[in-house]
Design a protein around this ligand. Structure first.
Ligand SMILES: *[C@@H]1O[C@H](CO)[C@@H](O)[C@H](O)[C@H]1NC(C)=O
Ligand SMILES: *[C@@H]1O[C@H](CO)[C@@H](O)[C@H](O)[C@H]1NC(C)=O
Ligand SMILES: [Ca+2]
Ligand SMILES: [Ca+2]
Ligand SMILES: [Ca+2]
Length: 320
């Protein structure tokens, strides 16, 4: 009898783990919309809003149901703020073709409950291809280049599991030599965009704190031969997390420390050279040695992530 009880307890536990939803704690689980939500209050243009949500493992939220609309309006309905804060961007857009509105997940506008704000939509000056939601739950078309706060959404439809790097992104791998996680990005971006990408993924452009970590990055780089990277860019150097912060030659990590304080400052022979001026951004060669590189030209880049940040939370999901 006792062992039978044990068996059922075990079965229950297994079931619970199976149904567990784990996702980054900067999102809040919302039972009504069966998923995780995050309100990002610093306004961004629609393109950056979409990208940030996507990189965080979510999508730019759209009011595709009454429940979702209510959840989104719940974030908007704050009094005393500036007018633009009475709206959030939605994921409903027509950035691929004028007037062809759909959510970022591909749901057409016609399948979404629509209440429009007075005099909207008006596609003013033929320049409005992104939709906002206001505190009354009404939609309006605005320019995609204007800025608004927004909401990111991660559906719990598929089981959400995080790996030992604390992320749903399987490309982050833990290295036990440094107890840090790394992801090599082969799609070239400029420094600003690379920084933004690592940040949204919950990490940062890699900071080398020891000779060992330089070796870890050299080995990581070796797994990505130039032939495996698409596009026309220099494939033997990748952005990492240091910069001159606008002060020529004074290279510091993106967390503000000198390279010596950070733990590794070995430049490649002849570097830093500020080649044909403008090399203010930090990079690493395949050798594991450092380089100063043009910030505005796209390059591969390496993100590093603390396995414990952002924290991972468990959703309070009702078992039916
Ligand atoms: C939003 O706030 C206004 C004014 O405080 C209130 O009248 C309205 O009912 C609120 N709407 C929602 C959906 O909570
Ligand atoms: C970096 O790339 C982004 C996206 O391609 C672009 O919008 C931005 O202007 C670029 N920044 C610099 C400094 O070149
Ligand atoms: Ca409009
Ligand atoms: Ca590090
Ligand atoms: Ca250089």
């Amino acid at each position: 009898m006792k062992s039978l009880l044990k068996y059922f307890v075990l079965l229950f536990c297994l079931h619970f783990i199976e149904g567990a939803q784990l996702f980054r704690c900067d999102y809040t689980y919302n039972k009504q919309v069966k998923g995780w939500l995050k309100h990002i209050i610093i306004p961004a243009n629609w393109y950056d809003a979409r990208l940030r949500c996507a990189l965080e493992g979510a999508v730019l939220a759209s009011p595709t149901s009454i429940k979702m609309k209510n959840a989104m309006v719940g974030f908007v309905n704050v009094s005393g703020n500036e007018e633009s804060f009475y709206e959030v961007f939605t994921g409903i857009h027509a950035t691929f073709a004028p007037g062809a509105y759909m959510t970022v997940e591909g749901k057409p506008l016609s399948k979404i409950p629509q209440v429009w704000a007075p005099n909207e939509p008006d596609n003013k000056e033929d320049k409005e291809s992104c939709l906002t939601l206001n505190s009354n739950g009404e939609l309006a078309d605005v320019s995609c280049s204007t800025t608004r706060p927004y909401v990111c959404y991660r559906s719990a439809d598929s089981i959400t599991r995080t790996n030992d790097c604390g992320t749903v992104d399987p490309e982050y791998r833990l290295d036990t030599r440094t107890n840090s996680c790394y992801k090599f990005h082969t799609v070239a971006k400029n420094f600003t965009r690379a920084f933004f990408t690592c940040y949204a993924e919950g990490g940062y452009l890699a900071i080398i704190n020891s000779e060992t970590e330089a070796t870890v990055l050299r080995e990581l780089f070796a797994r990505y031969p130039g032939g495996h990277m698409q596009g026309n860019f220099w494939k033997d150097v990748a952005f990492i997390g240091f910069h001159d912060w606008g002060e020529r030659w004074d290279f510091r990590s993106i967390h503000g420390k000198t390279l010596t304080e950070t733990g590794y400052g070995t430049f490649s022979g002849g570097e830093p050279n500020n080649f044909s001026p403008g090399e203010q951004c930090g990079a690493i060669y395949r050798s594991g040695k450092l380089d100063d590189l043009w910030c505005d030209r796209p390059a591969a880049f390496i993100c590093e992530k603390d396995p414990d940040y952002p924290d991972v939370c468990r959703a309070e999901v009702d078992e039916q």
